[in-house]
Design a protein around this ligand. Structure first.
Ligand code: BGC
Length: 285
């Protein structure tokens, strides 16, 4: 194979591994699971044998469609509405989940949004909205999950761990992002939220980690991939030469939530096609 250049890039071959049912009998809650990365993770968890709560805030039709897709995979699913930034709604969602499924084994703290603005034009509303959903929402859901994990402890026929939390962070927990200061601050916050919880609950055999996606093809970043020009510009930031797909994140979440990853806690796993490798330095510096 000759040296890859921009014109002569190797063909993109997408991975298609067979699902292994390594999460059989586990109960998962995925926040913001009606679309995008949340939906992708919910589907992969279901393929791995988990029953799934599909949380959504304001699109019941999308959430119900995800529930139907999951049920076709031979596991159970239910849609539950809750705004993750609202404490009472989060507590009520967990109670509904316990009524439906009995307990929780896996929390995927995914719900998140962007409200972009130049810094000097950023309103307190935009700042608060993003911090409340992306950071406070992850705190509230993690707290309720940990209350249940500690109460129940390890059920060794289900998993080596008493519970697993996966925070969906971003490459922007380490890459500064002009015009998105509220978003990058929320993701930087998630890193210390995750690590500090992980340190506190490890003795209870509770594992807490983050997945940090790069550019994944979802509605949140449509303007970065929906024209050829935008896509080509995006590729300047991605050494691996393709955009990420939700399956790339979903499959990693399955593995990280499973006992295959039992010794992993307090870690951020970057799934970004090399976006965090400072691609500008491939030729410069
Ligand atoms: C953002 C996307 C962006 C990606 C890479 C994600 O966290 O939500 O909009 O494309 O980071 O910059």
């Amino acid at each position: 194979m000759s040296e890859p250049t921009k014109e002569n890039f190797p063909e993109i071959v997408m991975p298609k591994p067979e699902p292994i049912r390594i999460l059989s009998g586990q109960k998962a809650l995925v926040t913001g699971a009606n679309s995008g990365i949340g939906e992708g993770i919910a589907i992969q968890l279901a393929k791995a044998g988990a029953d799934v709560v599909v949380n959504y805030v304001n699109n019941p039709d999308e959430a119900n469609a995800v529930v139907e897709k999951i049920k076709k995979l031979g596991v159970n699913a239910v849609a539950i509405q809750a705004d993750v930034s609202n404490e009472a709604e989060v507590i009520s969602m967990f109670n509904q989940m316990f009524k439906e499924f009995g307990t929780i084994d896996i929390l995927i703290n995914n719900a998140g949004l962007q409200q972009d603005s130049p810094f000097d034009k950023m309103t307190i509303e935009k700042w608060n909205k993003v911090i409340n959903v992306n950071l406070t929402g992850q705190f509230l859901c993690a707290r309720e999950a940990i209350i249940e994990f500690k109460r129940r402890g390890v059920k060794k026929e289900i998993s080596c761990a008493a519970g697993k939390i996966i925070h969906i962070s971003s490459v922007h927990e380490v890459i500064p992002w002009a015009g998105h200061v509220n978003y990058a601050s929320s993701k930087g916050g998630i890193m210390m939220l995750m690590k500090s919880i992980a340190q506190e609950v490890a003795p209870f055999r509770i594992r807490v980690n983050s997945i940090c996606p790069g550019a994944i093809r979802t509605p949140i970043n449509k303007n970065a991939w929906d024209t050829q020009e935008a896509y080509n510009k995006l590729m300047e930031l991605i050494p691996y030469g393709r955009i990420g797909e939700v399956e790339d994140i979903g499959r990693a979440a399955v593995w990280l939530a499973s006992d295959h990853a039992d010794y992993i806690t307090g870690t951020s796993i970057f799934i970004d096609g090399g976006m965090t490798l400072y691609p500008g330095f491939a030729t410069g510096g």
